[in-house]
Every structure is written in structure tokens, then in C-alpha cells.
Design a protein around this ligand. Structure first.
Ligand SMILES: Cc1ncc(COP(=O)(O)O)c(C=O)c1O
Length: 400
């Protein structure tokens, strides 16, 4: 909290602040005892009931069936399970279509299939706003394509895809469709449902990834929603938990917190999205008009409600991040997912940015609307850092 009472945590896309409902659900689950949900005694039944209540809440929240929900250790594992598990169980032509802007857990899973199992991976085109070109997906998807995997919204630039169109193309060619909805599901009314017309981005989606910490639940929780009955090769082998699709004792308190966060997030999704969009748009307008060299990255309108991302010519994203942090403002330079990497973001390179400009990326992702005082503080730091970088250049010093 700052002196104006506003929280300067502006990195919700990395991890959203823990919701009180999630915290309470986790504490209640921990206090109920430490039994194993697979144990047959009373205490085991209580733990099992907690896990199944969480499954039921998550299935309801996304219009899925109970048997569609496979709990995992987070978004990364769910993406690995979707890509590797679906591809190995349904190999068809050992061919996958994806995009250059997927989360590393999707891209690296595809690379693994290429390296170890001889799959071929084709990469669809994206435009400068981060929109995947459906025509490119159509051109690449063949009669023997196993899987098309395209993220619903991009974590770095916030662009939301026309997934219904992409899924329709993939399905028409008989390919399975997976979407990484880790960012989108926490911000938009996402459904995983068979009902035609009742679901966005479905009904043509076979598997969808979600992660607890983007909803305000605990880190290390997530799920793959995957059509029950679809063949899926497990990654975790063991006692046959989660219907044989993911072995390992369930994270009882974790899934309780995850489900509570999802329910709380969905309760006010619409009003929250509108409020965040107003703040986001006000921030974007001010940054573009007041900060020299600033450019918005991602699509202007088709973007996540609380997501504002920029490149600022001549100012390294890292030094901007440090300056904002010193002013009590927590943001990301690019994406926090590629931990410790100071390489230019592959996402921005794929959007056509030069490596130099890509190094200047800075991302604000809001958990709540911004106060005017907070927006003023952001603009003041961005302007001060830009001016300092200008002075350093004027003095012949290398940009930091
Ligand atoms: C789009 C997207 N997919 C997957 C992940 C990975 O999720 P987790 O951190 O739960 O492994 C992230 C994390 O930031 C993400 O933004």
C-alpha cells in the first residue's frame, strides 16, 4: 500500500493477489485435517469431499462436466498434459499446429514431441497486434494434423484471439483443439461446453488449461479441462488418480483455494472487467500521450481488460522495472514466465519488433482499478526514466 492507500501491485498476470475467499478455503481444508483423499477412513472421506466439491465448483464455473476436470500442479503441467498427452494418445499424422506466441510450456512441449517422438510442428502466422491469422492455421492444418494448440489470450501483450474461428477450421480438418486459457479465463467469461452457441470460445474446444494463481488462488494449482472420454496419455504415472489421467495425491487445500478463487472471480466478472477496462484505457491514453517514445503492444481493442503493455524506445525494460519498483509499483518487463531471462521476448520478435525495442517492454496488469494518484505516479516514473535515458544518451553513455 502506498501513502494514497492504493496498492502498487500491477502484476496480476504473473500472479493475482490472493483472494480472501481462497485463503479461507485453504485454511478450512488444512484445519479439517491432513488425511489422504484416497484413504477409506472418515478423515479420508472428508478430504475426498473437499476435492470433489472443488471439482464441482470448477466444472460449474466453466460449464464443464465433473469428469472433464483434471487437477494439475498448475498451468505449465496442464499445458504439457494437453499437448503431449493428446498428441501421444491420438497420433494421426504426428503433426501439430501452434503459434510463435504461445507460453513456453506449450512451445517446449511441442519441441519435445518433435525431438523425442518425431512429430512435425508448424507455426501459424501472427500479425503485428498479436492476432493469430486463421487463414494461416487453415493453410497449415492437414488431414493428418493431430492437434492445433492456440492460446486464448496472450500473457505478454494481452491480445485475445478469435478462437471460435480457429477451432472451427481445426475441427473441420478433424484435428483436436487445445487452448491455453490461463490468462483469459481469469478475466473474461470463458466456458468449456458442448452446447453450441452457449459457449465462448467453444463448442469446438477439446481441452483448455486454467491456473489457480491467475484467479487469486494459490500458486501450484491448475487444471486441464479435457473432454471426458478423449484419449489422453498421462504424464504422471502412479496410483491412477484423476481418472487415471494424473497420478499423485491431490493437493487438497490447494484445490479448495483454487475453486474458491474461481467462484469469487466469476461472481463479479462483468463489472470488474468494465472497471478494469476503464482504468486500462485511461492508462494507455496517458502513457501514449505523455511518455516520449511509448508504443502500445498488442491489439488496441481485442485485449484483456486489465492489461496495458508498452515498448518505450531507448529505455530498457529492466531499468524501467527497477525504477517503478523503487516507487512502490510492481510490474513486469515482458513476461515473468521465462524466469530470469533477459533475452528479448520471442512474442514481441514474432510481432515484428526489433530485438532492441523488444528489450524495452513493460507490462502493467491490473488486479483492481487504478486511482488517479497511482496513474500519476506511474506516468511520473515513466517520464523521469525516459528523460534520464535521454540524458545518458546525450552524454554518450550506453542505455542502461
Ligand atoms: C498464458 C500462460 N500459460 C501458462 C502459464 C503457466 O502457468 P503456471 O504458472 O501455473 O505454471 C502462464 C503463467 O504465467 C501463462 O501466463
Amino acid at each position: 500500500m502506498s501513502e494514497d492507500g492504493a496498492t502498487g501491485y500491477l502484476d496480476a498476470a504473473a500472479t493475482a493477489p490472493l483472494r480472501p475467499e481462497a485463503r479461507a478455503a485453504m485454511i478450512a481444508a488444512l484445519d479439517a485435517g491432513a488425511a489422504n483423499p484416497s484413504s477409506v477412513h472418515q478423515a479420508g472421506h472428508i478430504a475426498r469431499a473437499t476435492v470433489e466439491a472443488a471439482r464441482s465448483s470448477i466444472a460449474d464455473a466453466f460449464g464443464a462436466r465433473l469428469a472433464d476436470v483434471v487437477f494439475t500442479s498448475g498451468g505449465t503441467e496442464a499445458n504439457n498434459l494437453a499437448v503431449i498427452g493428446l498428441a501421444l494418445a491420438n497420433p494421426r499424422g504426428r503433426h501439430i499446429v501452434t503459434t510463435p506466441i504461445e507460453h513456453p510450456s506449450v512451445i517446449e512441449s511441442c519441441r519435445y514431441l518433435e525431438r523425442v517422438f518425431g512429430f512435425t510442428v508448424d507455426i501459424a502466422e501472427v500479425d503485428g497486434d498479436g492476432l493469430v491469422d486463421p487463414a494461416s492455421v487453415a493453410a497449415l492444418t492437414r488431414g493428418d494434423t493431430t492437434l492445433v494448440t492456440v492460446g486464448l489470450a496472450n500473457a505478454e501483450v494481452g491480445t485475445v484471439q478469435d478462437l471460435p474461428r480457429i477451432a472451427e477450421i481445426a475441427r473441420a480438418r478433424g484435428a483436436l483443439v487445445h487452448t491455453d486459457a490461463v490468462q483469459a479465463a481469469a478475466a473474461l467469461p470463458v466456458r468449456f461446453s458442448d452446447e453450441a452457441g452457449a459457449a465462448w470460445p467453444g463448442p469446438g474446444i477439446d481441452a483448455m488449461t486454467i491456473a489457480g494463481h491467475k484467479f487469486g488462488g494459490p500458486q501450484g494449482t491448475g487444471a486441464l479441462l479435457v473432454r471426458a472420454g478423449l484419449r489422453l496419455e498421462p504424464l504422471m504415472h502412479g496410483g491412477g488418480h484423476e481418472g487415471g489421467r494424473r497420478s499423485g495425491t491431490e493437493n487438497v487445500a490447494g484445490v479448495a483455494g483454487f475453486a474458491a478463487a474461481v467462484v469469487a472471480a466469476q461472481a463479479h466478472l462483468g463489472t470488474r472487467a468494465v472497471a478494469l477496462m476503464e482504468s486500462r484505457d485511461a492508462l494507455i491514453t496517458r502513457v501514449l500521450s505523455e511518455v516520449p517514445g511509448a508504443r502500445l503492444t498488442g491489439h488496441r481493442d481485442e485485449r484483456l481488460p486489465g492489461h496495458a503493455s508498452f515498448v518505450i524506445a531507448g529505455v530498457s525494460g529492466e531499468s524501467m522495472l527497477v525504477a517503478l519498483d523503487a516507487a512502490g509499483l510492481a510490474v513486469s518487463s515482458g513476461s515473468a514466465c521465462a524466469a530470469g531471462s533477459d533475452e528479448p521476448s520471442p512474442v514481441l520478435l514474432a510481432l515484428g519488433y526489433s530485438p532492441e525495442l523488444a528489450q524495452t517492454a513493460i507490462r502493467f496488469t491490473l488486479a483492481q482499478p487504478l486511482s488517479t494518484a497511482l496513474t500519476d505516479r506511474i506516468i511520473a516514473v515513466l517520464c523521469a526514466e525516459t528523460a534520464a535515458a535521454d540524458r545518458r544518451r546525450g552524454a554518450g553513455l550506453r542505455p542502461r
